[in-house]
Structure formats: structure tokens, C-alpha cells
Write a protein that binds this ligand. Structure first.
Ligand code: ACM
Length: 634
């Protein structure tokens, strides 16, 4: 009966089916375009023979296959470019298949062999990633796993991306991350078919790239005082506190990372954030600012340097558009960036340029008069246009945050829309290229669960909202939307384990939004897959957030009395609670309806279960906090 139901569901859904004939359901992230599961499984033989073209671009992909198979299974792996009897074949199409484009692939697993076909090596790389996700999770192990049946379900898959720009941004300026950590990040993203690594290399807290001829950028600009607590509220460093936190990447490091990314078919987009967010550069070379850094106290260590409410700068972190030396400086920097990064685009920042010190500057006043600039937005636009000319003179294209629209967009600039979708919509209307990164959907530095459980950040973004990300806003000509990306700012991310916690599983969701056809998205199905990938991450020892299991608390004022509602963002969970300060488990009351706390209770403790298994975290919610949220207490 079960078999019939499975076959029927395969038949009814046409080209797509999840038919659980193997021990674990198929769980591919991002969801493929077309997948049919056929009867049977392929079982890895003890000698795994792989035929693949001898292309240099494929070597790292084959090394990856070799490493996974050899480490996890302990089986022998043999490669060759002519191996007619090989059980796994990777083939570059001799006749281009127009459906799958440059990054797509076809994967056919039958009981006797595995065939991956693509037009380009990138497609074979992605086909291999899908194959890995079809094998048992233990394939991720670095030690030989005994007693695993190394089988993959028989499938026929045709798959290709919805968008050509599938990015993740990593801010290494607010906190420094080592070259190895950066490479691991690239490795993790490539496994989920991301192809763009946006490297935020400079900001107020650190300049992270060696520029020949400008030694102070890294001698001075890469170092600040290590502080622990909440970034943005740190005390002003005193002269006796050592400025020994930070670091930078040498040009050799950069080349190594770019090459590493290339081997995983990931482009690297460097960002030099100007004219604002430039305190590190200005500390190194104060005359790059209009104020000569008069109010500055060195590279920021996370103390308050801006009043966000009034958009007032308390230290001058802006380059000076009225100073010709600034353009000489940028020419030097951009010349070297263009040599180091083969990608077509250079990101020139442009965000959050508070104009406090420009407004006070005689040089800016003179520039405005000379150039007929009416306001500070036009001053920034003048700057942006000049920087675009420099970038283009090196054979590259400009991309910037959506503030570069203000005062007039440079003629050819692409726009990265982060303050919601508005900037992207406006830029697309102007026929400029757009990359969508709207903060309400893709800012992975935001909290994933209730503020009482998460390290505090100024906003929240649950997995469910992330999964709703749609890069093409209604009414916008999709031809101008190159794709999208998620951004990870690191003001509140002090180490690489927390970076992983913030990235995953939300970056699984964005991967699916950027790769899979819109109509293939399915929240419940996605969550089932995420849970499988958590098990893979356990084996890979990559941290992830379990926040999707945490209840959502809603506090209400019910006629002067506190009422608490609990919900979960995923289905199939039971929530158990206590008001007596003890730790609830499945023997405690189960939440079924809004709760009214007992008169003298001070704490609500909750935990979620799936069946008999606790899955959520033990959360202690002070009732005082609930009362505040309900407006019952100040
Ligand atoms: C940004 O988040 N300031 C681009």
C-alpha cells in the first residue's frame, strides 16, 4: 500500500517527487529544478572508479570527491580520463545543453552507475555537491565510518540556478578573521551553490588589505583595542591599552584566497567602503579627511563614533571629496585591487556617510561652488562619479550600497539594495543593474530568536522571514536584478563559531531563494531538509542555530492582566512550560492556549519537543519582561 502511494505521488507531481525508498528522505538544499526518483539505489563499490575530463578547472572538484570518499568510506578511489567501466562519470557536454546554462548540470543515478553532465566545470562541481547530499550524512566524516550502507537513491535531476549572483557578504573589518577562517567560510558557502563572496575589507574598525606604497594602512589602520561586551558601547580606549587586536591579509594571502574561491567556482567581490566608514584609513593618513581627523581617537575599537538617531558623526570617518589627494590615494588602492581580484566588479561602499564634517568644511564649500553642487548628497554623488571613473580606468565596474543613488547615480554603477527594496526598485527603473540584499530578509547579523536568548543586536530576523526573500520585487524588470545575497556584519560576532551560528541555517534559506525556482519553495519541506543538514553539520562540526525550535512569545494586556501566547515558526512541535522556576520537560504541562501566570510567579520556563525528543533550548523568560512588552510595567 505504501509503495503504491509513493509511486502515485511521483506520478502526480510530474517531474518532481520525494519518495522515501532509502533510509533517509532526499534532502537537497537548494532544491533542484527537476527531480524524479526512480526505483532502487546505487551502492558504492569498495573500489570507486571515476572517469572525468582532465581539465585543470576540475582538479579541485575531483580532489574533493577523492577526499570525501577516501576519508569517510575508507574505500579505494581511482580516477582516469578514459575509464569506460567507471561507476561514476563526469562529462562535459560536447553539444551545449541550453537549458542548464553555465552552472547547471544533469545527474543520473541508476543502480549501476552515476553520470553527471554539464556544459562547464562549474556545473560538474554543483552536480558533485548534489551527489554528496544524496549519499548518507556520514559521507561528511573525516574518519572512516563503519556499518554505513553507502547508497544513494536512483534519481534523474536537471538543475540550474535562478540567479547568476548568489552571494554572501562577510565583514572582516569589525572583527578580524584569519585566512583559514575565510577559506572555510567560502568552502561552506560553495557547498550550497553560492558563487559570490563579498569581502568587506575596510571599515572604521580595521583596514584589512595590504596596499603597496601605503604602509600605514596596515601598520596603523589594521589594529585596535580588543574589547568584550556590546560593540558600539565600548569605552574609549585609553593610551595605555594596547592596540594589538586585528590583522590584515597580505597580497599573497589575497591571491591565495581568490584562487581557493575560484577552485570552488566562487567569485570574490572586494569592498573598500568609502567615503564613509573610513576611520581606519583616516587614522593612518589623517589628511584624507576634510577635518584632518581633529576629533578622532584612532581606529575605532567599537566605542561610539556616530549618533545614529541624529546621523551625526562624533569622529570624522569620511574621506574628503574636495581633496585631490583622496583620488590619488583611491587610484593607488583601486589599481592594486583590480590586479588582485579578477572579478568584474569592485564594491566602493557608499553607505551611511554622515555629512557632519563635510558641512563644516571650507574646502567642501569651495568644491560645491566650483562644481555647482547644491547639497551634501550631490557632494557624495560627485565623489561617487569620480571613483567610478577610476574604477573603470582599471577595466572594472562599480557596485555600491543604495545610498549611491542619492544626489545622482554614477552612469554605469550597479546598486546593492540594502535599505529594503526601494533602492533596488529605483535603480532598476533607471536601467541599472541591481543586487538585492534587503536587510529585513537577508541581514544575518540580526537576532534569530527572542532577545532574551540571543546576543543583543538592534533587529531580528527569523528563519521563516529569511525564507520569504524574493529578489525580484513586483513590477520590476527582472532583467536588471542580477541576484541577491545575504550579509553578515560582525560588530556583535566576535569569533568564528558564532559566525557559523549566525550564518546557518539562514544561509540555507537564502541559497534556496537564489538557486531554486520560486514555485519549488516549500517552507515545511525546507524545514525537513534543514533538520537533515543539521545532522551533516554535526558531523562536520560546523555550528548552527537551533533558534527555529524556540517558541515565539507574545505578551498581551488582558484587562490589566498579563496573558502570554506561545507559537512556533515550524510545525509539529510541542511546548512544555513551568512557572515554578524548575526546568520543564515532556512531563510538564503542554502549552495549548494562552497562559495567565499565577499571581506571584516571576519566571516562565519553556522547552519544545518533537515527539519524545527535546529539540528547543530551555528558555527562561522573566515575567517582568513580559509585563513590559504588554505595556503593564515600565
Ligand atoms: C549597510 O548595512 N550599512 C550596508
Amino acid at each position: 500500500m505504501k509503495k503504491i502511494a509513493i509511486l502515485l505521488s511521483c506520478y502526480l507531481s510530474g517531474t518532481y517527487a520525494i519518495c522515501q525508498s532509502t533510509s533517509t528522505a532526499i534532502a537537497i538544499i537548494p532544491e533542484p529544478v527537476q527531480m524524479v526518483q526512480n526505483a532502487g539505489t546505487f551502492v558504492l563499490p569498495a573500489t570507486i572508479t571515476i572517469e572525468a575530463p582532465g581539465l585543470p578547472a576540475l582538479k579541485p572538484t575531483l580532489d574533493f570527491l577523492q577526499q570525501r570518499f577516501a576519508l569517510a568510506t575508507g574505500y579505494k578511489v581511482l580516477f582516469g580520463s578514459q575509464m569506460p567501466e567507471a561507476v561514476i562519470k563526469l562529462v562535459i557536454n560536447t553539444t551545449v545543453n541550453p537549458v542548464i546554462g553555465n552552472e547547471g548540470y544533469q545527474l543520473n543515478i541508476s543502480s549501476g552507475n552515476i553520470l553527471i553532465q554539464a556544459n562547464q566545470p562549474a556545473g560538474l562541481f554543483y552536480g558533485v555537491q548534489t551527489l554528496m547530499q544524496l549519499l548518507p550524512k556520514e559521507i561528511e566524516s573525516n574518519i572512516i565510518m563503519q556499518h554505513v550502507k553507502w547508497e544513494a537513491p536512483c534519481v534523474t535531476i536537471t538543475d540550474y540556478p535562478r540567479f547568476g549572483w548568489r552571494g554572501l557578504m562577510f565583514d572582516v573589518s569589525r572583527r578580524f578573521f584569519t585566512k583559514k577562517e575565510v577559506k572555510d567560510f567560502i568552502d561552506q558557502m560553495a557547498r550550497y551553490k553560492y558563487n559570490l563572496f563579498h569581502w568587506h575589507l575596510t571599515d572604521d574598525e580595521g583596514w584589512r588589505i595590504e596596499i603597496k606604497g601605503l604602509p600605514k594602512l596596515t601598520e596603523v589602520g589594521s589594529w585596535n583595542v580588543k574589547k568584550v561586551g556590546y560593540f558600539g558601547t565600548f569605552s574609549q580606549p585609553t593610551p595605555d591599552e594596547p592596540r594589538d587586536y586585528g590583522g590584515f591579509y597580505t597580497q599573497e594571502d589575497i591571491t591565495e584566497v581568490v584562487q581557493y574561491a575560484k577552485e570552488k567556482f566562487v567569485n570574490v567581490l572586494p569592498e573598500i567602503d568609502v567615503p564613509g566608514h573610513s576611520l581606519a584609513a583616516i587614522t593612518a593618513y589623517p589628511d584624507l579627511s576634510c577635518s584632518n581627523g581633529v576629533d578622532n581617537h584612532g581606529v575605532s575599537s567599537g566605542e561610539k563614533i556616530k549618533d545614529w538617531a541624529t546621523h551625526t558623526a562624533l569622529a570624522d570617518d569620511n574621506l574628503c571629496p574636495a581633496n585631490e589627494n583622496v583620488y590619488v590615494f583611491l587610484d593607488k588602492v583601486i589599481t592594486q585591487l583590480a590586479q588582485l581580484f579578477p572579478f568584474d566588479y569592485i564594491h566602493i561602499g557608499g553607505d551611511e556617510t554622515f555629512k557632519t564634517y563635510w558641512e563644516k568644511s571650507d574646502a567642501i564649500k569651495a568644491l560645491m561652488k566650483k562644481e555647482g553642487l547644491k547639497n551634501m548628497q550631490e557632494v557624495q554623488s560627485y565623489f561617487g562619479k569620480r571613483v567610478e571613473k577610476i574604477v573603470e580606468s582599471k577595466g572594472k565596474k562599480v557596485i555600491g550600497w543604495d545610498e549611491i543613488l542619492e544626489g545622482g547615480l554614477a552612469p554605469n554603477a550597479a546598486v546593492m539594495s540594502w535599505r529594503g527594496e526601494t533602492g533596488g526598485i529605483e535603480a532598476a527603473k533607471l536601467k541599472h543593474e541591481v543586487v538585492m540584499t534587503p536587510s529585513p530578509f537577508v541581514y544575518l547579523d540580526f537576532m534569530q530568536s527572542d532577545v532574551i536568548t540571543e546576543p543583543r543586536v538592534y533587529s531580528s530576523l527569523r528563519l521563516n522571514k529569511t525564507y520569504q526573500f524574493e529578489p525580484v520585487p513586483p513590477g520590476v524588470d527582472a532583467r536588471y536584478i542580477k541576484g541577491g545575497q545575504a550579509n553578515i556584519w560582525t560588530e556583535q560576532i566576535a569569533n568564528v563559531r558564532h559566525l557559523q551560528y549566525m550564518a546557518w541555517p539562514r544561509a540555507f534559506a537564502i541559497a534556496e531563494c537564489l538557486w531554486s525556482p520560486k514555485e519549488k519553495k516549500n517552507w515545511n519541506g525546507f524545514i525537513t531538509k534543514v533538520e537533515q543538514h543539521f545532522k551533516r553539520y554535526d558531523i562536520r562540526e560546523i555550528k548552527y542555530s537551533p533558534a527555529m525550535y524556540d517558541p515565539i512569545f507574545t505578551a498581551k494586556n488582558n484587562g490589566g492582566k498579563l496573558q502570554i501566547e506561545l507559537a512556533t515558526e515550524i510545525e509539529g512541535l510541542d511546548t512544555y512550560y513551568s512557572f515554578d522556576n524548575s526546568f520543564p520537560d515532556k512531563f510538564y504541562p503542554k502549552y495549548t492556549a494562552a497562559l495567565t501566570p499565577p499571581k506571584d510567579a516571576v519566571m516562565l520556563k519553556v522547552i519544545t519537543y518533537r515527539g519524545n525528543q527535546p529539540v528547543g533550548r530551555m528558555i527562561a523568560m522573566p515575567l517582568e519582561e513580559m509585563q513590559k512588552r504588554a505595556g503593564l510595567k515600565k
